[in-house]
Ligand binder design. Structure first.
Ligand code: WAQ
Ligand code: MG
Length: 252
């Protein structure tokens, strides 16, 4: 099996100040690499945020042991507007043990950040202080995929959920929820036309139908980590451990 990762930017490479356009990560057998790579390149060239002028594709064989993790349950919370959505997000975060100040700081960091990151910020669940030390890049979760893509697609469509955003987000959230010391994750897309986001905590992916205004290109991800967490171990798991997310593991 191979890990395939893509990151694309406009105005030059990310590390040279380019604007992040799109990223993707999959696991694939050798025979599927061409198709997976092709789909990723197309995505970078046809993205709503603009046409990438920098595309970095990385493919490497997965040699280490693969961990199977459960997919979360999905619960949709229908909200009127983004203010209601953010209220719902704060409530769920607090139930997950995130301090109010930490939730508010994190939301402000995503909503007002002057530049979108290609990765996620890790912040302390008690204070909201940034703990990852990864700067503009953040922690990029990779080396994950579904264990059975067809089963995942069937399950999502049975819930009325189609489209790539949810599919990718639940797989990512499954890995994040299996990580050591993560209390919760908050995310909303940077795609201007995609306003839904989620809070993942415990075994549940709480979809919130509006977390930002339509047409806004501001989005991001925050991992709330428990006090005393080993950040290097967390980052190692999120960036390097190969993970397959499974329905069966979740008892469904
Ligand atoms: N690792 C860490 N952070 C990431 C990753 C990753 N692999 N991929 C994206 N991010 C961060 C990065 O800061 C992006 O700017 C931000 O998240 C948003 O990424 O159920 O599409 O890929 O309908 O635009 C939520 C689905 C979709 C809600 C979220 O995020 C639903 C989405 P995007
Ligand atoms: Mg995006």
């Amino acid at each position: 099996m191979y890990s395939v990762r893509m990151r694309a930017a406009k105005g030059g490479a990310h590390e040279l100040g380019g604007l992040h356009i799109s990223g993707a990560e999959r696991l694939a057998e050798a025979g599927c690499l061409g198709d997976v790579a092709k789909a990723m390149i197309e995505r970078a060239l046809t993205h709503a945020k603009g046409k990438a002028d920098f595309i970095r594709l990385t493919i490497d064989e997965v040699a280490d042991e693969v961990r199977i993790v459960p997919l979360p349950m999905i619960k949709t919370i229908d909200v009127r507007d983004e203010a209601d959505g953010l209220c719902a997000a704060k409530r769920i975060l607090e139930e997950a043990g995130v301090a109010q100040i930490a939730a508010e700081r994190a939301i402000a960091a995503v909503a007002n950040g002057e530049k979108n990151m290609r990765g996620a910020m890790a912040v302390a669940a008690d204070t909201g202080q940034r703990v990852d030390g990864c700067g503009d890049r953040g922690i990029r979760v990779s080396r994950m995929d579904s264990q059975d893509e067809q089963a995942l697609q069937l399950w999502l469509s049975s819930l009325g959920l189609t489209g790539i955003h949810v599919r990718e987000a639940v797989v990512l959230a499954a890995k994040v929820m299996a990580a050591p010391d993560v209390a919760a994750e908050l995310c909303w897309s940077d795609d201007p036309g995609y306003v839904a986001g989620y809070v993942a905590a415990g075994k549940t992916y709480h979809r919130i139908t509006k977390l930002k205004q339509y047409d806004s290109a501001r989005g991001g991800r925050i991992f709330f980590v428990k006090p005393g967490a080993d950040i290097e171990a967390l980052r190692g798991f999120l960036e390097r451990q190969t993970v397959l997310a499974a329905l069966r593991e979740a008892g469904r």
